[in-house]
Design a protein around this ligand. Structure first.
Ligand SMILES: [Zn+2]
Length: 257
């Protein structure tokens, strides 16, 4: 049953996610229809925020923020998913955050989150990269379920002063790229906030390396040599061989893309 129906002469607007309908050729019991989830465009403030980092490399007018969708995975994981050039937010988050650039509680952290998801948008549009496929591959090797020694999920963990010293931006996977970009944003534009948050202070020591790794990105985010090549690396193939978990298990444990 529709929550809200507005009639406009020859057509009507249905504001709901579920409705029922009856086939014209075979009238009978109505059957449920799932309508596309609600979505919105980026606000002018969000575009201005994203432009600080991504400049003109993203077709901002095409980007939509979607209320849930994707079989409910964003709601179950309580995280965003951005596999196809749209940011799917959990329904509760969509209903609260109308503008990531606005006066929000936890403004800095929400903006960091927004820049992380916008990096997936950049990967999709500017680098022509299949974020969904890469996310599934990361899930298949436990990237979203296994943690490193510091407790970080493997897909996201990076250490520019340690194991990842000497790597270029293209050498990182899609989640590492997104975290490197959003951490760079956070330290650069919210330095006071970062220095006051004990769990974030360790981001400061890597900032100069981060800016070095991002040097080509910051100069020209359309440079195709920035495209993540992580899936072709030796370590990825090695982990795939070592890992014998079946696809079903991997898929049911997907947390975030
Ligand atoms: Zn992500």
């Amino acid at each position: 049953m529709a929550d809200k129906i507005e009639t406009h002469g020859t057509y009507m607007t249905v504001t709901t996610e579920e409705a029922t309908t009856v086939l014209i050729n075979s009238p009978g019991k109505p059957f449920p229809v799932r309508l596309p989830p609600k979505s919105r465009k980026l606000t002018s403030g969000e575009i201005a925020l994203a432009r600080l980092i991504f400049k003109e490399s993203i077709p901002y007018e095409k980007v939509r923020i979607v209320r849930g969708g994707l079989l409910g995975i964003p709601d179950n994981s309580r995280n965003a998913m951005t596999p196809f050039g749209e940011i799917h937010l959990p329904i509760k988050v969509y209903d609260v955050i109308k503008d990531f650039s606005g006066p929000l509680t936890n403004k800095e952290d929400n903006q960091r989150w927004f820049i992380h998801e916008m990096t997936h948008i950049w990967q999709y549009f500017a680098m022509d990269l299949s974020v969904a496929c890469r996310g599934v591959r990361l899930a298949s090797i436990g990237g979203y379920t296994e943690r490193d020694t510091s407790g970080r999920l493997m897909a996201y963990a990076y250490d520019l002063l340690g194991i990842d010293r000497g790597k270029e931006f293209k050498d990182f996977n899609i989640e590492q790229q997104a975290d490197i970009v959003c951490h760079c944003y956070l330290v650069k534009y919210h330095a006071n906030y970062v220095s006051q948050e004990p769990q974030l202070r360790n981001l400061i020591s890597q900032q100069s390396r981060r800016e070095y790794v991002l040097r080509d990105f910051l100069r020209n985010p359309l440079d195709r040599k920035l495209k993540s090549e992580e899936w072709t690396t030796k370590i990825h193939h090695q982990r795939e061989k070592e890992n014998n978990r079946i696809w079903y298990e991997a898929m049911t444990k997907v947390r975030t893309f």
